[in-house]
Design a protein around this ligand. Sequence first.
Ligand code: OAD
Length: 252
Amino acid sequence: MLPEDALGQVRGWIAAAARIVVLTGAGISAESGVPTFRDAQTGLWAHFRPEDLATEDAFRRDPQRVWDWYAERREALRTVRPNAGHAALARFAARHPGRLTVVTQNVDGLHQAAGSPDVLALHGNLSEDRWLDPCPLAGRGAPGCGAALAEPGRPPRCVQCGNPLRPAVVWFGEMLPERALARAEQAAAACELMLVVGTSGQVWPAAGLVHAARAAGARVVVVNPAPTELDDVAHVVLSGTSVQLLPRLLET
Ligand code: OAD
């Protein structure tokens, strides 16, 4: 099929679908200037080893290094803005309340900044912190870390017990936020159309949502400038960037 015909077909599916899920990955933020993970040369994992930076073990071994790396990423996000891809999704949701669910693996908050409602953030949010451990003093006459102040530091620590803060993102080997994952699974099982945008499809359980949607009878469309692990699961693969394609698909 010619690319223009495929685009027209997918626009027709979008117009007809009562329930659409959009699963996004780092690629949707690439044109905002946020690096992806696995792209050769520019991806974060081309320059850093995830096992040194994105695991609980790494944080326990060298909390300052891991804290500083996330602090740099956080700082870089301060000047970043949503792009036309994020905006097209947010505008579609505003025009068609209740029809579109955004499920994202991104921790950059750009869907939320663009105005997408009720985003299911499977890998947490880089702008938030949480305590590394349950407070050892809680219930023993002390209020627990939740009520305590964090002493500034790299990382900041609870003034009472020394428990460090950590970024509220999901690290390798960790469980995904239960409620967000359960809602994403429900949405995937119930949708008529799933758009898979800007993800390599290499990380589970997020990638499993695409298989689940297809198995439940949804049409599946991949939007990506490069081949992905999920192309075989898709009915249509649209080759292009999210800024090029999402406005054309969603602005009817
Ligand atoms: P990856 O870096 O694995 O994949 C990024 C995808 O975006 C690739 O398929 C690119 O071809 C595509 N891409 C690049 N530029 C694009 C553009 N302008 N428009 C559309 N697509 C573009 O990132 P993810 O699939 O998001 O985990 O990675 C999944 C998870 O692995 C991340 O959430 C992160 C990482 O380790 C955690 O942080 C827990």
